[in-house]
Design a binder for this molecule. Structure first.
Ligand SMILES: C[S@@+](CC[C@H](N)C(=O)[O-])C[C@H]1O[C@@H](n2cnc3c(N)ncnc32)[C@H](O)[C@@H]1O
Ligand code: SF4
Length: 401
């Protein structure tokens, strides 16, 4: 028997294919992570059936045999070096620190998943520039009507929306369950039903997480979560200081988010508050400003337990498109930053930003095409949002004009 922990310590394997289920109800997909490119199976076939199907067997065997599965190639540059940021390395570390399955699993006899990321719908009140129509109904409605933006996105039909009953039987080992959207604060019924199911099945549930844009508070959902005898975490998506955040997250408002954070912090003091930050060409130069803002919140008594980087894997939003001089300015800002607040995860976020600016996660073989794509995309988005990129990022004048 080979223990999963041994292969993880040797940097040979991705723990997600053994313990992490990404369940997307609007897309009717079950995958080992959000970056996985192949098709593993339909949720409507039952999560338990897909988790042990031929595709998953082959996928796990390829990792055991030290071969890179085709679905995992978005992590390809980062499979072996534990010091370079990748989703695999980030999750392996998190799983090792927090979850029993890493220590209990024999790779020859995989168990049901322990970590669940559940996308319940794509209903969302924002249209963030780096997001996708499959995650945001508002972005979906904008893209459907727009000939330029349609070139950039997959716009599915949602006929195959899945009944949550397909999840039944899969939660026996659930330790951590995270709800994403769309926007979870807009859809309490679905989430409540799933939590009920998990509580019936799992005896090991430790943490329920809601990933939210925090622009609205669903008071009924918050109350129900606080009544559970479990740790509850809100992972709040913030992509930069006010000016950057409000530019990227169309229809979102920094001031409202901060008010809502303060409300939750004083009314639900047991909730853990964490921050998710995307790393892309639109955020990478402003990570240090965001860390300062979060530090200011800490000084006002708001406890942020950690911050997590979410690199954006889209060639036209990749940091590679920046001119060398802008990259150097951004790198210098990061290198000279005094991380006085040192929120957990901030080093990882700064390292992810540095790695992306240094091109060590280079996903962009045709850089000129990516720059053209960026300019066309961002100008059209600006037209819709009534914004001007170079007002927010004066340094982009170097390649946008
Ligand atoms: C799709 S959102 C859904 C939950 C909620 N609406 C929110 O924004 O927090 C889940 C997380 O993915 C991040 N995200 C959005 N688009 C992304 C992209 N293209 N690449 C990586 N992460 C992305 C968001 O910032 C958020 O933290
Ligand atoms: S709030 Fe979340 S789901 Fe909505 S558009 Fe932004 S990232 Fe996407």
């Amino acid at each position: 028997m080979t223990k999963l922990i041994k292969l993880i310590d040797e940097q040979k394997i991705c723990g997600m294919v053994f313990g992490n289920a990404d369940i997307d109800l609007p897309k009717n997909r079950l995958n080992p992570c959000c970056l996985y490119k192949d098709f593993s199976g339909k949720v409507s076939d039952g999560v338990t059936n897909v988790w042990f199907n031929e595709h998953y067997k082959n996928l796990r065997q390829q990792w055991i045999d030290n071969k890179l599965p085709t679905g995992c190639t978005l992590c390809k540059e980062t499979n072996t070096d534990p010091n370079i940021f990748s989703l695999k390395n980030q999750k392996n570390k998190l799983f090792k620190d927090k979850f029993d399955f890493i220590y209990n699993t024999d790779v020859e006899s995989p168990q049901l998943p322990s970590v669940f990321n559940i996308h319940t719908t794509n209903t969302c009140n924002l249209a963030c520039r780096m997001c996708n129509p499959v995650d945001s109904s508002l972005l979906d409605s904008i893209v459907r009507k727009n000939d330029i933006l349609r070139d950039y996105f997959y716009v599915p039909d949602y006929k195959n929306k899945v009944n949550v009953e397909s999840l039944r039987g899969s939660f026996k080992n659930a330790e951590f369950v995270s709800f994403l959207g769309g926007e979870p604060m807009l859809q309490e019924a679905n989430i409540e039903e799933i939590i009920k199911m998990i509580q019936e099945e799992s005896t090991n549930l430790k943490l329920i997480n809601i990933t939210t844009n925090m622009t609205i508070l669903n008071h009924e959902l918050l109350k129900k979560l606080s009544d559970l005898d479990k740790t509850v975490m809100l992972s709040i998506s913030i992509d930069g200081p006010k000016k950057i955040h409000d530019y990227i997250r169309y229809k979102g408002k920094w001031d409202t988010i901060i008010e809502n954070i303060k409300f939750v912090s004083s009314n639900y003091p047991n909730f853990k508050l964490s921050i998710n930050t995307t790393v892309s060409v639109l955020t990478v130069g402003y990570i240090t400003d965001l860390l300062d803002e979060l530090g200011n919140l800490q000084n006002q008594g708001i406890k942020i337990i950690k911050i997590m980087p979410f690199p954006v894997v889209k060639t036209y939003l990749h940091c590679d498109i920046l001119p060398k001089s802008v990259k150097e300015t951004y790198l210098q800002k990061i290198n000279t930053y005094e991380n006085v607040f040192n929120i957990r995860g901030s080093d990882s976020l700064l390292r992810a930003s540095t790695d992306l600016l240094n091109g060590s996660n280079n996903h962009s073989p045709d850089i000129h095409r990516s720059i053209d794509d960026f300019v066309r995309f961002i100008n059209e988005f600006d037209r819709i949002a009534g914004t001007k990129t170079t007002d927010v990022y004066p340094e982009f004048k170097a390649f946008m004009n």
